[in-house]
Design a protein around this ligand. Structure first.
Ligand code: CA
Length: 229
């Protein structure tokens, strides 16, 4: 696992199943956040911005289906992939699960190996660098396994913070990131850093990206933040 560990929110009411699942995800290098019911899941989905949610269907009070529906109707959580877990194998349930917006569906009892493969498949789409994919944007190539960055085939020297910033931008070209979002993603949520620090590192990243020439690919969006392209 490279760059930063992706966070998986595990939503499962049965303690033993929740622990087995969390244990396996942690062994794969993920950061795990746990919820034991639907209410808690909705709260944590907003507070911790997980990269992916593994959601049990059968939950007390608010069902997994309802949790999924609400996650997919909120702008802040809509893009987070959801893998639903269920003991119901019938086709009709599978269809219902996917209709509520679940990105994938795994039937219990599931194989841990298969579930991990599905988690990685979702992350390859939404957080490619976190599963070791190579990112490309125009003439810039970032290898998240080796931490090497090249532009027009020339190696670039980048500090660790600039590398994480560039990774964030290259995972979503065109997306405008606010300074706060960049702080959360690059520095971590629990660390207090002044937002002006972001500007300092953006300046360093710009300089690094142009060290062998080429235009500045980063865009300052007034009143909003920064974007790549
Ligand atoms: Ca359950």
């Amino acid at each position: 696992m490279s760059v930063e560990q992706p966070t998986v929110l595990v939503v499962e009411d049965e303690p033993a199943q929740r622990e087995v699942l969390s244990y396996n995800l942690e062994a794969e290098g993920f950061r795990v956040s746990r919820a034991e019911d639907g209410e808690q899941a909705l709260l944590l989905a907003e507070e911790e911005s997980p990269d992916i949610i593994v959601l049990d269907w059968m939950l007390p009070n608010v069902s997994g289906i309802e949790v999924c529906r609400r996650l997919k109707s909120r702008p802040e959580t809509r893009a987070v992939p959801v893998i639903m877990l269920s003991a119901r194998a019938e086709e009709v349930d599978r269809v219902r699960g996917l209709e509520t917006g679940a990105d994938d569906y795994v039937v219990k009892p599931y194989s841990v190996v298969e579930l991990m493969a599905r988690v990685r498949a979702q992350l390859r789409r939404t957080r490619p660098a976190s599963v070791g994919e190579r990112l490309e944007y125009e003439d810039i190539v970032l290898d998240s396994e080796t931490h090497r960055v090249t532009r027009a085939e020339q190696p670039l020297k980048l500090g660790p913070t600039e590398f994480r910033l560039l990774t964030t931008f290259m995972e979503k070209p065109g997306r405008v990131w606010t300074r706060e979002q960049l702080l959360d993603r690059v520095w971590g949520r629990d660390i207090y850093v002044d937002t002006r620090t972001v500007d300092v590192h953006i300046g360093r990243l710009r300089k690094a990206l142009c060290q062998h020439g080429g235009g500045d690919p980063l865009r300052t969006v007034r009143g909003a933040g920064y974007a790549l392209g």
